[in-house]
Design a protein around this ligand. Structure first.
Ligand code: 3PG
Ligand code: CO
Length: 564
């Protein structure tokens, strides 16, 4: 395809094996006792940073450079890997929904009218999603806007199916969100809309699995939301959260709350999902709602027994898979993410090997490829998934780091690939548990994995880039406005489960990289998308002109002949 033809870089050689390592949830933050990287023994990373300061720097990974609504929005795996894969700043889903709500376009769109038609004809509107203001998968104010608008547009019966967060927001905040929601529903009941919370559960245990790591999670959600079946029945969501935590305070938190069903005095569930009903999934982010969406729309679904498959109008806040058109109906159109680095590289014959573990596999494939579920090129790309263990991540903080490293190392030395892309999930996944000791172990294991990989790069005369996709384990404490940790009455910092606002490191090197290559210092507001042009250069190509500029510059005092 001539449109995707790349020019050879005038200075950088082609044909050196290239290794790209993405460290998920790895930022460079304040170096205090709540920075798991700083507190751990990450010798390799620290050495790289100190020995080659001209080949190590940080990039912004949150707010405007990844297309998020505000500078208070931390980065995340979806927006970060979208940016890395496409080299451009994309106005992201959270922002698109905000705009559509503010302008009122959302309520004129096809998805809204399709839903409205059914509730005007007596169908119940079910709203399913993450109840939180984390802004990563969903946002409370967007949900509230939808609830009010639906009531305004003659919706007479509404049921809420809520997933508690504690991962993008502090643990324990779910009760507050439920309280807010109950007030909201009380408000619209006064206007004649019969509105109730009907079911729920913790996001990591109920409904919000991703990349098919564990379908049982989705099945629990299906039983509670659709069938109204759960061993845990309560008369309100508040009672459910309080009592389920009391019953097992060690295991149960917001993230891992068991599935529950809210019942009337007579024990009957308030809201099962039935034929002719409408389901609006109010999460805008894709990864953790694709599986539930399939359960709702796939005729030949076989991942678990649905028992009953109601014929509903299923609508997503934003379409989740652009290529598979999943689902067909949505309230806001997804961002257009095209001219992908992978498209260019395949068009220029680059043989690519991608490896990660289940928990993050889609981050370096699906998100990397602009939220497309399939490979860009069957012949040139190999995707290798290492199966994640389904255990609590703080119990096995190394996760599958060693295996990922071994597989990537062997791919690099096999001579079969020009470009090996690796993602390590552990620092982020364990960081979300707020267990500082476990997170330190995750970081050290990744550091050792990098050592193995850099050995591989040395052996094959290659080039490497190491980069974070957003911060997390670099800051494990909630903070005051002034940056000091927020302390409880015993003087201990309140633990933070969510991503950090830290910048992420980017480092380059390897024997295949000419000595004269270094990072520019004079670019402003540099973000993740600048890394894309940079790695295309490292593969020996000029980046497309519409990409954010490359970070590379050349020190002519260290010039040498590179054989180009
Ligand atoms: C999750 O889905 O696990 C968190 O909400 C965000 O984490 P990620 O963006 O690092 O995947
Ligand atoms: Co994360």
């Amino acid at each position: 395809d001539p449109e995707y033809q790349l020019y050879a870089h005038p200075l950088l050689p082609r044909g050196k094996p290239f290794l790209l390592v993405v460290l998920s949830g790895w930022g460079e933050g304040k170096e205090d006792e709540y920075n798991a990287i700083h507190k751990s023994n990450c010798v390799i990373i620290k050495r790289l940073r100190n020995i080659y300061p001209w080949r190590w720097r940080t990039l912004k990974a949150h707010g405007d450079v990844v297309g998020l609504p505000t500078e208070n929005d931390p980065g995340n795996g979806e927006v970060g890997n979208n940016a890395l894969g496409c080299g451009k700043i994309i106005i992201q889903r959270a922002s698109l929904v905000d705009t559509a709500i503010a302008s009122g376009e959302l309520y004129k769109g096809a998805g809204w009218l399709y839903s409205k038609e059914a509730w005007v004809n007596g169908g119940t509107l079910h709203l399913i999603g993450l109840l939180s203001d984390g802004g990563v998968h969903s946002r409370y104010d967007q949900l509230a806007a939808i609830i009010r608008a639906a009531a305004d547009h003659c919706c007479k019966k509404m049921r809420l199916h809520i997933l508690t967060d504690g991962r993008d927001v502090p643990d324990g905040t779910s009760l507050g969100f439920v309280e807010q929601l109950e007030k909201e529903l009380e408000g619209i009941r006064k206007y004649g809309c019969d509105a109730q919370i009907a079911s729920g559960g913790g996001r990591m245990f109920v409904t919000m699995d991703r990349y098919e790591a564990d379908w049982r999670i989705v099945q629990r959600g299906w039983y509670a939301h659709v069938l109204g079946i759960s061993p845990h029945k309560f008369e309100s969501a508040t009672e459910a959260i309080t009592k389920l935590k009391q019953a097992d305070p060690k295991q149960v938190n917001d993230q891992f709350l068991p599935p529950f069903v809210v019942v009337r005095k007579n024990g009957q569930p308030w809201g099962i999902i039935e034929d002719e009903d409408i389901v609006i999934n109010f999460n805008f982010r894709a990864d953790r709602m694709i599986q539930l969406s399939k359960a709702f729309v796939d005729e030949n679904f076989d991942k678990f027994d649905r028992v009953r498959w109601p014929n509903v109008r299923y609508v997503a806040m934003v379409q989740y898979d652009v290529e598979a058109k999943l689902p067909v109906h949505f309230l806001v159109a997804p961002p257009v993410i095209d001219k992908l680095s992978g498209k260019y590289l395949c068009a220029n014959g680059i043989r690519t090997f991608v490896v990660s573990e289940s928990q993050k596999m889609g981050h370096v494939t699906f998100n990397w490829n602009g939220n497309r579920g399939s490979k860009l090129d069957q012949r040139l790309e190999t995707y290798h998934e290492v199966q994640s263990e389904n255990v609590r991540f703080e119990l096995e903080p190394e996760m599958r780091t060693r295996t990922i490293a071994r597989v990537a190392h062997d791919a690099l030395l096999s001579g079969l690939y020009d470009y090996v892309r690796v993602m390590f999930a552990a620092a982020d996944m364990v960081g979300h548990t707020h267990d500082l000791e476990a997170t330190k172990r995750a970081c050290e294991c990744i550091d050792a994995a990098i050592k193995l990989l850099l050995n591989g790069v040395d052996k094959c005369g290659g080039v490497f880039m190491i980069i974070g996709d957003h911060g997390n384990c670099d800051d494990m404490a909630q903070r005051e406005k002034d940056g000091n940790p927020l302390l409880d009455d015993k003087g201990r910092a309140h633990p933070k489960t969510s991503h950090s606002m830290g910048e992420v490191p980017i480092g380059i090197g390897g024997p295949g990289l000419p000595r004269c290559v270094r990072f520019r210092k004079n670019l402003r507001n540099v973000g993740l998308a600048n890394a894309t042009a940079t790695f295309m250069n490292l593969l020996g190509f000029e980046a497309p002109y519409h990409y954010e500029p490359s970070l590379l510059t050349f020190d002519w005092n260290k010039w040498e002949f590179t054989g180009v």
